[in-house]
Design a protein around this ligand. Structure first.
Ligand code: ATP
Length: 320
C-alpha cells in the first residue's frame, strides 16, 4: 500500500494525538505517504485532507484532544454523504484508512471496508465500551482524572461529614466508575450494568454512620437510571445525612494522557501501519492482556462487552 489516511472521530479522548503520531511516523518509516483527514467523517466528506510529514506530529505525544479535530457526522449516515466520502478517498488516492474512535466510528469503518477500502480501526474512546479489546485509548487517563476528583472530594466530605455523589461518564458502560471507584476507595459504586437498589445504599450509609464513619463517597456512572439530583434528595430524605452532588462532566475527556494510554496509542497505531504495509484485510486493533491484537473489523463489535461489574463491586464492598 502506497498511501493511507488517518482520522479521529466521535468523542475526543486523551491519547488520540499519540496514536496519530504513531500512524504518521510509522507510515513514513515504512515508505508510505500519509494524509490527515480533519473532523472525522464530516471532514472526509468535505475533502479536508492534507499530507502529513514527521514534523506535523512533533510535540503532540503528551497533549490531550486531537490535532486533527473530531466531529460527529449525520451526513456520513446518508447514502449521498457516504458516496461523497468514498469519492474523496478515491480523489486523493487513499487506499487505506486508520480510524481512531469509539464504537460508532468503527461501525463507520465497517461500512467503508464493505465498500472496498482497507480500514484499520483504533479504539479511541474514554468509555472502554468496545468488546474486542480489554482497554481503549483514553480510558486510563479518564480513570485517573476521576480518581483525583474522588481524592479532592474526600477531603471536603470528611471535613464536613457529608455523603458525596460523584457522577462520572459512562452511558452504557460503567468502567470509569468501577475502576475509579475501586481505586479511590468509594463506599458505593453505581453502574448501568447493575440494578439500582436504593434501600441497600441507605442501609450501608446508616451502618457506616453508626460505626462512626463521618463521610461516604458514592461514585455513579451517568447512565444509571436515576439522576444524581434525584438520588441525592432520596438519600437525604431516607437517611437524614447531608448529601452533595459533584458532576465531573467534560474534565474527564481532557488532559495529558497517562503513560498507559500513550503506550497503548503508540503500539496500536504502529500495528495499524504494519497491517497496511503487509496487505492485510480490514481489522480492529486492541489489546488483550499485554498483547496487541487485531481482529476482523466486522466481528469486532458483534458480541456484547463482558462486564466485570459484579466482581469489582463485590471487592469494593468488602474493602470499603
Ligand atoms: P464515543 O464513544 O467516544 O462518543 P463514537 O465513535 O462512538 O465515540 P459516535 O458519535 O457514535 O462516536 O460516532 C461517530 C461517527 O461515526 C458518527 O457521527 C457517524 O458519522 C459514524 N457512525 C456512528 N454510528 C454508525 C453506524 N452504525 N454506522 C456507520 N457509521 C456510524
Amino acid at each position: 500500500m502506497k498511501r493511507i489516511g488517518v482520522m479521529t472521530s466521535g468523542g475526543d479522548s486523551p491519547g488520540m494525538n499519540a496514536c496519530i503520531r504513531a500512524v504518521v511516523r510509522g507510515a513514513i518509516y515504512n515508505d508510505m505517504e500519509v494524509y490527515g483527514i480533519r473532523r472525522g467523517y464530516e471532514g472526509l466528506i468535505d475533502g479536508e485532507i492534507e499530507e502529513m510529514d514527521v514534523s506535523s506530529v512533533a510535540d503532540i505525544i503528551h497533549r490531550g484532544g486531537t490535532i486533527l479535530r473530531t466531529a460527529r457526522s449525520d451526513r456520513f449516515l446518508t447514502k449521498e454523504g457516504f458516496a461523497r466520502a468514498l469519492n474523496m478517498l478515491e480523489t486523493f488516492g487513499i487506499e487505506g484508512l486508520a480510524v481512531i474512535g469509539g464504537d460508532g466510528s468503527l461501525r463507520g469503518g465497517v461500512d467503508l471496508s464493505q465498500a472496498g477500502i482497507t480500514v484499520m480501526g483504533l479504539p479511541g474512546t474514554i468509555d472502554n465500551d468496545l468488546p474486542y479489546t480489554d482497554y481503549t485509548i483514553g480510558f486510563d487517563t479518564a480513570v485517573n482524572t476521576a480518581l483525583m476528583a474522588i481524592g479532592n472530594t474526600r477531603d471536603t466530605s470528611s471535613s464536613h461529614g457529608r455523603t458525596t455523589i460523584i457522577e462520572v461518564m459512562g452511558r452504557h458502560c460503567g468502567d470509569i466508575a468501577l475502576y475509579a471507584g475501586l481505586a479511590g476507595g468509594a463506599e458505593t459504586i453505581l453502574v448501568p450494568e447493575e440494578a439500582l437498589d436504593v434501600a441497600d445504599i441507605c442501609k450501608k450509609l446508616l451502618i457506616g454512620k453508626n460505626r462512626g464513619k463521618l463521610h461516604s463517597i458514592i461514585i455513579k456512572a451517568e447512565g444509571v437510571n436515576i439522576s444524581s439530583e434525584e438520588l441525592r434528595t432520596t438519600l437525604e430524605d431516607r437517611t437524614g445525612l447531608e448529601t452533595r452532588v459533584v458532576i465531573l462532566g467534560y474534565i474527564q475527556r481532557g488532559g495529558s494522557p497517562t503513560a498507559r494510554d500513550r503506550l497503548l496509542a503508540s503500539r496500536t497505531g504502529y500495528r495499524a501501519v504494519e497491517l497496511f504495509r503487509d496487505g492485510s484485510a480490514s481489522k480492529a486493533i486492541g489489546v488483550r492482556g499485554e498483547e496487541i491484537i487485531a481482529v476482523e473489523i466486522g466481528d469486532a463489535l458483534k458480541t456484547p462487552k463482558r462486564s466485570n461489574a459484579p466482581e469489582i463491586i463485590q471487592l469494593s464492598d468488602i474493602l470499603s
